[in-house]
Design a protein around this ligand. Structure first.
Ligand code: COD
Ligand code: ATP
Length: 194
C-alpha cells in the first residue's frame, strides 16, 4: 500500500489538511496523537520516561506535557533520548495499523517527518506551509502558549524551504477553501499515479 507522508511546521495546518483527506475517505494516521496515546498507556514507555525525566513526567498517571515540552524543546539531548524511547514503538504501532487498511493509499501525518528521516519510508510527501507569523497567530488562538515557546519548537524544525524541496506536493494553507481544492487535486493526482 502507498504511504503518503503529511508534514509541516508547527501550526501550519497539518491536522486541518489531514481531516480534509479523511473526508475524502482516505485513512489518516496521526503519529503525534498515537505517540501521546502510547506515552499514556504503555507501561514500558512510562517506566522509561520516568527514568529519563523523573517522577514529574506524569501527574496522576497522565503525561505531564508542559513539563516535558519545557525540557525537550530547550535541550536537544533530552529530545533525542525521548524520541529514541517513543518513536520505535510508534513505528511498530503504525505497521499494525497499516495491516487493517484496504484503500489505495493512506496518509501518515508526522510533524517531524524530515527531522527524523521518516520521509524515506513514504512513497509521496505533502508539506503544508503557511507564513510564520500566521502560524504563531493561530497557535496563540488555539493553545494556552506563548510566542517564545512556539519559537523554541520552531528552532528544532526544518524550514519550509528545506521541506518543500524534498516534497512531491505543497499545500500553502492560508485560505481554507483554496486548501480544500488543492487537497482534492492532490487526491486525484495520487490516485492517477497508483
Ligand atoms: C512534548 C509533548 C508532550 C508536548 O505536548 P503538547 O500537547 O504541549 O504539544 P504538541 O504535541 O502539540 O506539540 C507541539 C509541536 O511540537 C513539535 N513536536 C512534538 N514532538 C516533537 C518531537 N519529538 N521532536 C520535534 N518536534 C516535536 C511538533 O511540531 C508539534 O506540532 C508532545 O509533543 C509529545 O508527546 N511529543 C512526543 C511525541 C512525538 O515525538 N511526536 C512527534 C511526531 S511522532
Ligand atoms: N486555513 C486556515 N484558516 C484559518 N485557520 C486555520 C487554517 N488552517 C488551520 N487553522 C487553524 O489553525 C490552528 C492550527 O491548525 P492545525 O491544528 O491543523 O495545525 P497543525 O500543523 O496540525 O498544528 P501542530 O503543529 O500544533 O500539530 C487550528 O486552530 C486550526 O483550526
Amino acid at each position: 500500500m502507498i504511504i503518503v507522508g503529511l508534514t509541516g511546521g508547527i501550526g501550519s495546518g497539518k491536522t486541518t489538511v489531514a481531516k480534509q483527506f479523511e473526508a475524502l475517505g482516505v485513512p489518516v494516521y496521526i503519529a503525534d496523537l498515537e505517540a501521546k496515546n502510547l506515552m499514556n498507556k504503555s507501561k514500558t514507555i512510562k517506566r522509561e520516561l520516568v527514568e529519563l525525566f523523573g517522577k514529574k513526567a506524569y501527574i496522576k498517571g497522565e503525561l505531564n506535557k508542559q513539563f516535558i515540552a519545557d525540557i525537550i524543546f530547550n535541550d536537544k539531548s533530552y529530545l533525542q533520548k525521548m524520541n529514541s524511547i517513543v518513536h520505535p514503538r510508534v513505528a511498530k504501532h503504525f505497521e499494525k495499523w497499516m495491516l487493517r487498511q484496504d484503500t489505495p493509499y493512506v496518509i501518515k501525518e508526522v510533524a517531524i517527518l524530515f527531522e527524523n528521516n521518516g520521509y524515506k519510508t513514504c512513497d509521496y510527501i505533502i508539506t503544508v506551509t503557511a507564513p510564520k507569523e500566521l502560524r504563531i497567530e493561530r497557535l496563540l488562538m488555539r493553545d494556552d502558549t506563548t510566542k517564545a515557546k512556539i519559537e523554541a519548537i520552531m528552532k528544532n524544525q526544518w524550514t519550509d524551504d528545506e521541506k518543500t524541496k524534498l516534497s512531491h506536493y505543497v499545500v500553502d494553507n492560508v485560505d481554507l477553501s483554496t486548501t480544500l481544492s488543492k487537497v482534492v487535486d492532490i487526491h486525484e493526482d495520487i490516485l492517477k499515479r497508483i
